[in-house]
Design a protein around this ligand. Structure first.
Ligand code: FMN
Length: 143
């Protein structure tokens, strides 16, 4: 019998809670390191002073149950699913959870985003543009 593992990718955006200070971000990343390797989930987490955008990649059941847990976390709110689908290969295979602090004001210095892409990325962060593929392309520009 041949077992085929189909990997999935999930992307969401959320609003960082005012109580979520930078020390809490460190704790979140510690949880990622502690937990994600065990369930073979990889991905990236971008955060600004106001927003999160996270990509989770791995087994379907694992990323759904992790997403269900993350959604309940009080350190963010207004969690909006941007995309969920199967993938041939992971976009971010090397990170248990790669992370970067981003600032909307200096996107053009940190990435090679065009003006249009920058506008699209802002819409994605606001949950107004749910083109998952585009979100991944833009997230990749930070790494
Ligand atoms: C924006 C955000 C992203 C998170 N991402 C993860 C994650 O990828 N993996 C994880 O285990 N916990 C993540 N967490 C934390 C979980 O909500 C939860 O606090 C943690 O998994 C508890 O695990 P622990 O008991 O090992 O600390 C995230 C929380 C937030 C607010």
């Amino acid at each position: 019998m041949v077992t085929i593992f189909i990997r999935y990718q999930l992307v969401y955006v959320s609003v960082r809670a005012a109580e979520c200070k930078d020390t809490e971000i460190e704790k979140i990343l510690e949880s990622c390191i502690r937990n994600n390797a065990k369930i073979d989930v990889t991905g990236v987490l971008l955060y600004s002073d106001k927003k999160f955008i996270q990509c989770l990649e791995g087994d379907y059941a694992q990323i759904i149950s992790l997403y269900d847990k993350i959604k309940e976390d009080k350190r963010h709110k207004n969690v909006i699913l941007i995309s969920l689908g199967s993938i041939k290969e992971r976009s971010f295979p090397s990170w248990q959870m790669g992370s970067k602090k981003i600032s909307i004001e200096d996107l053009e210095f940190k990435t090679n985003m065009s003006i249009n892409e920058k506008a699209e990325f802002k819409d994605i962060l606001n949950g107004e543009n749910q083109k998952g593929g585009k979100a991944i392309d833009l997230i990749k520009k930070f790494f």
